[in-house]
Write a protein that binds this ligand. Structure first.
Ligand code: IVH
Length: 718
């Protein structure tokens, strides 16, 4: 094995750096394969990390040499594994949620009502913690564990048997007398203590730490190599079942007792209770114990205890009538707000971000939280309605931070008694902190309401907007220029050498010309090797011919996302036709304006935004210069004759196995279908892969046709 170069990073020439980055990419990939694939590592973890650190250091000094296959760009060391599907003998259901005491009373009352009984407290319920892990169905045949599957879409899950076998607390065999076929279901999770120990180890090794126990458990289970799963300690609680050739008990409580007797871990906080009062008291008790439990829980599940009653109650579309999950409120913590930063986005939106004294919220250290907008800080909505009863948020305040699921943490309130005496109301900037231009809040002409977002009016003058624009322009669904990532855009934007500066999109395409006349400036500069410069120019030149919808999307017109850009490209066919129509639509009446509004999927807000964009001379100038460099292709007219999905709206959800999301979308669109991101009454077909969640629920609720990937492919004749 070639060893690490001993030349200090500061002394490397670009040529040497380029060679070394190539070596490091290959070497790290080789060790990844040895470690994950064959489990025969050749080097210690510390040496492996040294390779990655060296790679990072070289890249930090030579940002333009970052390779597409750089170890710093790879997410996770192994590719996403694929598991064989397993169709559940009985579907794996989800639970309805309840949030308040009244909801719980309603749930109990509805059970009595459905069964035609007066609510006399005669029906017993079980109450047990809702474990925040992954549900699993483990099948035993003739007493032996034969398979284990994730929930997937409820009907079909993934076969993760090898990984489940690494969990010591799951029995391999059932005792004599157990049913010939027994599917035991429950939750796989990672204990908080094991999670913390794992993170401490990652930190000591200089590796990136994990976010939370649930995601870590999910990642461990999804390892194709069970040895990796084995290295992480996963655990299990049994609480439900699928197919049973005979029932070993006739109550929920009894079934769980049987599981315990069979050797499964069962949750010690499960109770059998009859009155709503007792149920709610248990909920509060579990809530109090929550911080001290060694596993994450997010609520308490109530189930009708008698199985014959469960049978009679049956199911709604996807959840049982005999059970509900009483969720805990989102996790909160108290800390101090030390500073408010304003971030400026591509469209000029000024977003306030709270900087906090680090605090753990539900097991995650939080140092930043969103403050949404100026009204939110002020405690008064845009129509004068109070937020947090009108309390404002100030620097120095003690604040309540909330984290719910995977969303960005937010500040929900302050602790008024802890406000420092000398504190002042926060003055939201009226000018852009980056360019100094006025920052204004638009008034919606229709509603007369003031927009909650204050925006910088600097447009291209604003460095923040300009650089964010460029990043958008080169991004994956726009021009997708390889070798021109965010780091490189920053470099070209910030450099003060005019011969290689890139301030607007057309500058990207004149770069090669300009630097050639300036006598190969790029090549001789720090950070550029000959090969990398050539590669970058090749990648840029490859995009001189560009799909029309990519160009329209790349322009960064507010409200024009990828889908809208495609609709416009399809409707207008060529760039010239599009631009001409947008300019002609400016009076906001007349045939062009009406035609734009008639394009399926284009509403007034989008139409106005496009027309405003084309009114701006500066935008037209940039586009004119761009069109001297690039040629937009004519949009493909969808070949839809005889297509079974022409004119239909399709939603893809869950993971697809035979094609990428992008491919599936492109294929459907080429057949004349419209691909939407969310399910509504207008949706015609929902194609659901494993892991489909709320969209599939909604489709079923609305009675929309659903199909799996194979059915879809058969349907479109693939
Ligand atoms: S019972 C038919 N009990 O919650 C009911 N589920 O939102 C089957 N969960 O997919 C589920 N703890 O992953 C049940 N004690 C518990 C649970 C529990 C966690 C999860 C499970 C399920 C989801 C439903």
């Amino acid at each position: 094995m070639q060893t690490l170069s001993r030349i200090p990073v500061e002394q490397l020439t670009a040529e040497e750096a380029e060679a070394e980055l190539a070596f490091l990419a290959a070497e790290v990939a080789r060790h990844d394969a040895l470690y994950h694939g064959k489990d025969q590592p050749e080097i210690s973890d510390a040496d492996y990390d040294a390779l990655k650190r060296r790679n990072d250091a070289v890249e930090a000094r030579f940002p333009l040499l970052v390779r597409a296959d750089s170890p710093s760009r790879r997410v996770g060391a192994t590719p996403l594994p694929t598991f064989a599907p397993i169709t559940h003998a009985r579907p794996m259901l989800s639970l309805d949620n309840t949030f308040s005491d009244e909801d719980v009373q309603d749930f109990v009352a509805s059970v009595y009502r459905y069964l035609g009984q007066i609510p006399d407290g005669s029906i017993a319920f079980t109450a047990e913690p809702k474990i925040d892990g992954l549900s699993m169905s483990i099948r035993y045949e003739n007493g032996r564990l034969v398979s284990a599957a994730t929930r997937g879409d409820g009907t079909t899950g993934e076969n993760v048997t090898a990984n489940i076998l690494t969990i010591a607390e799951i029995p391999r065999t059932l005792p004599a007398g157990a049913p010939a076929i027994a599917e035991v279901r429950g939750e796989v999770y990672m204990a908080k203590s094991d999670f913390q120990a794992l993170n401490a180890q990652m930190e000591a090794e200089g590796k990136q730490t994990y976010v939370n126990p649930r995601n870590t458990a999910a990642g461990s289970l999804r390892q194709l190599d069970a040895k990796v799963t084995a290295a992480r300690k996963l655990r299990f609680f049994a609480y439900a079942w699928g197919e049973m050739s005979e029932m070993p008990a006739d109550t929920q409580f009894g079934m769980v007792e049987v599981f315990r007797a069979w050797g499964f871990p069962v949750n010690p906080l499960m109770r059998r209770l009859a009155s709503v009062e007792a149920i709610l008291a248990h909920y509060r008790d579990v809530g109090m114990k929550r911080p001290d439990l060694d596993y994450d829980i997010d609520g308490v599940v109530y189930k009708v205890d008698r199985l014959d009653l469960q049978e009679r109650l049956g199911f709604r579309s996807r959840s049982p009538r005999w059970a509900t999950a009483h969720k805990f409120p989102a996790e909160q913590a108290v800390t101090r707000l030390t500073h408010i930063d304003i971030q400026v986005g591509r469209t000029g939106a000024l977003t306030p971000v709270a900087r906090l004294e680090p605090v753990t919220v539900g097991g995650v250290v939080v140092t930043n939280a969103t403050l949404h907008n100026e009204d939110y800080i002020r405690g008064l909505g845009n129509t004068g309605e109070p937020i947090r009863e009108g309390r404002d948020i100030r620097i120095g305040d003690t604040v309540i931070v909330q984290r719910a699921g995977d969303v960005i943490p937010q500040i929900v309130d302050i602790v008024p008694e802890k406000r420092p005496a000398e504190s002042l109301a926060y003055e939201f900037p009226k000018t852009c902190p980056v360019c100094g231009s006025h920052a204004v809040r638009d008034v919606n002409e229709k509603t007369g309401k003031v927009d909650a977002v204050r925006r910088c009016t600097g447009g291209f003058v604003c460095r923040a907007q300009a650089v964010e624009h460029l990043k958008h322009f080169v991004s994956r669904n726009a021009f997708d220029i390889e070798g021109l990532g965010t780091k490189q855009v920053d470099f070209f934007f910030e450099t003060d050498d005019p011969s290689i500066q890139v301030r607007t999109a057309p500058d990207i395409f004149t770069l090669e010309k300009r630097q050639a006349t300036a006598l190969a400036r790029l090549e001789n500069r720090e950070g550029f090797g000959r090969t990398s410069v050539r590669k970058l120019f090749d990648a840029i030149n490859e995009r001189r011919s560009i799909a029309l919808h990519r160009l329209i999307f790349a322009l960064g017109i507010r409200h024009v996302g990828e889908t809208t850009a495609k609709l416009l490209a399809r409707a207008y066919g060529t760039y010239d036709a599009f631009a001409e129509a947008m300019t002609a639509a400016a009076p906001m009446f007349g045939p062009e304006w009406n035609a734009l509004n008639a394009v399926e999927g284009i509403g007034e807000i989008v139409a106005t935004s496009i027309v405003e964009f084309y009114k701006e001379p500066r935008n037209r100038d940039v586009i004119d210069r761009l069109l001297q460099e690039v040629t937009p292709q004519e949009a493909e007219r969808p070949q839809t004759t005889g297509s079974p999905v022409s004119g239909l709206t399709v939603v893809f959800t869950g993971s697809l196995e035979k094609m990428t999301r992008d491919e599936a979308k492109a294929k459907a669109e080429s057949l004349g279908a419209k691909v939407a991101g969310s399910v509504s009454k207008k949706t015609d077909i929902v194609v659901a892969g494993p892991g489909a969640g709320s969209k599939l629920d909604k489709a079923r609720e609305l009675g929309i046709r659903t199909m799996d990937e194979d059915e879809w492919l058969a349907h479109i004749g693939e």
